[in-house]
Ligand binder design. Structure first.
Ligand code: NAD
Ligand code: MG
Length: 483
């Protein structure tokens, strides 16, 4: 490159980082009975804060507070009033958007550009969208007078900490449920600031409770007998455990799990645009995206040309300080996730695929992995079958549309897919055959609160977003499903 970028760091002061954070139960921040844990900045390994960890007694207290708030305040409240609270939360997220973006970037390692331009605006959009539904539930298509379910126990992952909290809370609250939310152990901070926003918005105590902690806390939330509805986003392994533990109970459950999406490029696609879509599909958020386009299926006749362009583009990606506004690739969220990415990539080498990364200097501290692609990948390779959840692309080829469909569907997952072609008819033909919850055409990783999102097969069941996202929090009958 002929020139370099000057550093353009965002100030971290606006994150208003505190040395310790409590949990949020019944409208107040408190310590807990489960001790505490540290959350680190994965870009530097610096400890950011000490966070209270919720134990069984805290979960009991939060579920009781949520039950009381449901019975006494939230469910009886006129729906238009509930909507006002959600509009208020949405506006407060917008007002504090810089603070939230910087805090998210610090705790998660994602580039500030993404937290600022994608995560936080989508959080506000989600609250606005579901605020509008609160007094129109009878028109959502679930009967003339749908009722809330009761107390929702919600567990979320670390890749989009605040956005996943919004995806869980906004539809549940709009439908009249109360919530006990457990953020992921490596990224608890923005959910706690969202709790503070709920408090400042005057949300009645107990309507939203936020319990930081690890898997044990999550297990206590999802198996609690006082919970009427479980919503989980995370790995397929944990999703299966939850499904087993809830089988035979009356607790309703939706699961948003892993993915191994195919991004399919036909020979008539606009190639430069497709290259941008491939990059966005797998290198956005370091590939920590459940619907990431982690398998590139490219038509054989254009494979060499496309790969040349793609490699040229990857060489321009900037990896480094997530708070620098020019950074494209931030840090891997944790040492454990880095180990998992390394292990699967090494297996890719061992199974005979060819690894390529652009020249890319990695920072000395923190958890980093360069943008990587594997060619010579066969469908049997583990890097073509297993979710790597990192910045690693597996490239396969196909000759005919039928072969593309067959290869794309040859996975236990089915969360998303991408199709790149000049022909509208081919887009529709493909979309009818791809077994995936979302099919993007000539774009990738586009999100809108009005659009439902969710899986086929081992990617889970239930939809989040859109009118469909309300269904998980409503029933046609007389309310409480857990009693
Ligand atoms: P994980 O399943 O280990 O953890 C997710 C959450 O579940 C965390 O909050 C964790 O503390 C909690 N948890 C762990 N064990 C639990 C248990 N036994 N009971 C209840 N809760 C428990 O997943 P992860 O590795 O942290 O996250 C990455 C995975 O999440 C990837 O596989 C990815 O595809 C998936 N994911 C899916 C979506 C989606 O919308 N489908 C979104 C983001 C991430
Ligand atoms: Mg962290």
């Amino acid at each position: 490159m002929a020139w370099e970028y000057a550093p353009a760091p965002e100030s971290r002061n606006i994150a208003r980082l505190r040395t310790s954070y409590g949990m949020f139960i019944d409208g107040a921040f408190t310590g807990g009975t489960g001790g505490s844990f540290k959350t680190v900045n994965p870009a530097t390994e610096e400890v950011l804060a000490e966070v209270a960890e919720a134990g069984q007694a805290d979960v009991d207290r939060a579920v009781a507070a949520a039950r009381k708030a449901y019975d006494k305040v939230w469910a009886p409240m006129p729906a238009a009033e509930r909507g006002k609270y959600l509009f208020r939360i949405a506006r407060m997220v917008q007002e504090r958007s810089r603070e939230l973006a910087v805090l998210e970037s610090l705790d998660n390692g994602k580039p500030i550009r993404e937290a600022r331009d994608v995560d936080v605006p989508l959080v506000a959009a989600h609250f606005f969208y579901y605020a509008g539904w609160a007094d129109k539930l009878g028109y959502a298509g679930f009967g003339p007078d749908p009722r809330p379910l009761g107390v929702a126990g919600q567990v979320i992952p670390w890749n989009f900490p605040l956005l996943m909290a919004a995806w869980k809370l906004a539809p549940a609250l709009a439908a009249g449920n109360t919530c006990v939310l457990k953020p992921a152990e490596t990224t608890p901070l923005t959910a706690l600031v969202l709790a503070e926003i709920c408090q400042q918005a005057g949300l009645p105590p107990g309507v939203v409770n936020v319990l930081p902690g690890a898997g044990e806390t999550g297990r206590a939330v999802v198996t609690h007998p006082g919970v009427d509805k479980v919503a989980f986003t995370g790995s397929t392994d944990v999703g299966k455990q939850i499904a087993r533990s809830l089988a035979g109970t009356r607790t309703k459950c939706t699961l948003e799990l892993g993915g191994k999406a195919a991004n399919i490029v036909f020979d008539d696609a606009p190639l430069d645009q497709a290259v941008e879509g491939i990059v966005n599909g797998i290198f956005f958020n370091q590939g920590h995206v459940c619907c990431a386009g982690s398998r590139l299926l490219v038509q054989e006749s254009i494979a060499d040309e496309l790969l040349d362009k793609l490699k040229g583009r990857l060489a321009t990606l900037r990896l480094g300080d997530p708070l620098d506004k020019n950074t494209d690739i931030g840090a891997i969220n944790s040492a454990e996730q880095l180990a998992k990415i390394r292990e699967l990539s090494d297996i890719g080498d061992a199974e005979g695929a060819t690894r390529w990364s652009p020249p890319c200097e990695l920072p000395e501290h923190g958890y980093w992995f360069p943008p990587t692609l594997f060619t010579g990948v066969s469908q049997a390779h583990r890097i073509a079958r297993e979710e790597i959840f990192g910045p690693v692309l597996s490239v396969l080829t196909f000759r005919t549309p039928d072969e593309a469909v067959e290869k794309a569907n040859n996975t236990p997952y089915g969360l998303s897919a991408g199709v790149w072609t000049d022909k509208g008819s081919r887009i529709l033909w493909m979309a009818q055959r791809l077994r995936a919850g979302v099919v993007w055409a000539n774009t990738f990783n586009k999100f809108d609160p009005a659009s439902p999102f969710g899986g086929f097969k081992e990617s889970g069941f239930g939809r989040e977003g859109g009118r469909q996202g309300l269904e998980a929090y409503l029933c046609a009958g007389d309310g409480r499903s857990g009693t």
